[in-house]
Write a protein that binds this ligand. Structure first.
Ligand code: NDP
Length: 318
């Protein structure tokens, strides 16, 4: 079968491409710049790539950019979307590529009758950011939606971009009878295939790079291999539908720091938070729906070890 992966050179997408090739798929991979050897080398080296990986140039903001790549595909994995935290202009840097880009890809899917299902990489960012209190007893699940106004008021622009993009995707899919499934991972950790540092791996690098403090924040965490696998299961399992939250464990950065200190006693891992406020509370995220996809939920300790080993191998740290 032929499938398309958008933003194929990214952290999560690279693992999706790897697993798809392993499973015998022909993969049409979109990238912004097919001439960027450094960004693509790891994909071209994957097993099966020579025979079954085809690169296409496509940009989220260029109309009809995805028409020719999607045409004839059985499934589409739309992962491309900026995950950046320090932005000057949220509209152009985050919201436009996320929202307009998603609609652009879905419009191409409507034009191609071969497309049976679209799997969208959404996020817990589109699930958990609203006024509802998050405390240790609270279980966040797929019925939760982030509130755009809450995101705007708090200036959490990446969360806003994922919330608006997923919402727009559901509306468009309904109006145009697209079989859409979303995968909503929390912060993704685990080994990097790509050469460039992505935002969630950078959060771990910051804990072992001599920083004085860790962020006073609490996130869900999930291994990139579980995330890639969930995308493929969400596509292959005919009865899969709706959203799938993916979180192995919710943990404050202080807990990550402790795990890293235990794993790597010689590293200088920060012992205090970046502010004196009480630690941001932990909460739970339901695993029930994700379990129906057969997700393994690799433990956070293993994921953190894999991340650090990968960061060492790629010379981001010693
Ligand atoms: P990366 O930064 O590694 O990858 C982002 C990808 O998006 C890149 O391939 C990039 O392409 C592409 N992209 C960004 N802007 C544009 C644009 N204007 N036009 C075309 N392509 C663009 O990030 P991740 O792998 O972490 O993220 C992938 C997806 O997963 C995103 O949708 C993100 O929101 C989501 N996600 C990530 C989580 C995480 O913790 N990592 C958690 C939950 C969801 P290029 O190579 O050309 O720059």
């Amino acid at each position: 079968k032929v499938v398309c992966v958008t933003g194929a050179s990214g952290y999560i997408a690279s693992w999706i491409v790897k697993f798809l090739l392993q499973r015998g798929y022909t993969v049409r991979a979109t990238v912004r710049n097919p001439g960027d050897h450094k960004k693509l080398e790891h994909l071209l080296k994957l097993e099966g790539a020579k025979e079954r990986l085809h690169l296409f140039k496509a940009d989220l903001l260029a109309e009809n950019s995805f028409d020719s790549v999607v045409e004839g595909c059985d499934g589409v994995f739309h992962t491309a979307s900026p995950f950046i935290v320090n932005v000057k202009d949220p509209q152009t840097e985050l919201l436009d590529p996320a929202v307009k880009g998603t609609l652009n890809v879905l419009k191409s899917c409507v034009k191609s009758p071969s497309v049976k299902r679209v799997v969208l990489t959404s996020s817990v960012a589109a699930v958990a950011y609203n006024e509802r209190p998050k405390t240790p007893e609270v279980v966040v699940d797929e019925t939760w939606f982030s509130n755009p106004d809450y995101c705007r008021e708090n200036g959490i622009w990446y969360m806003l971009s994922k919330t608006l993009a997923e919402d727009a995707a559901w509306k468009f899919a309904k109006e145009n009878s697209i079989d859409l499934v979303t995968v909503n991972p929390a912060m993704v950790v685990g080994p990097l295939l790509q050469a460039e540092l992505n935002t969630s791996a950078a959060a771990i690098l910051n804990l072992i790079n001599g920083s004085e403090t860790f962020p006073n924040d609490t996130y869900g965490w999930i291994n990139v291999k579980d995330v890639a696998n969930a995308h493929i299961q969400a596509y292959e399992i005919a009865s899969a539908s709706g959203r799938y939250c993916l979180v192995e464990r919710v943990a404050h950065f202080s807990e990550l720091a402790k795990i890293l200190r235990d794993l790597y006693p010689t590293y200088q891992v920060p012992k205090k938070a970046a502010n004196d406020k009480p630690y941001v509370s932990t909460f739970q995220v339901s695993k029930e729906k994700a379990k129906t996809l057969g997700i393994e939920f690799i433990p956070l300790e293993v994921s953190l070890k894999e991340t650090v080993e990968s960061l060492k191998e790629k010379k981001f740290t010693n």
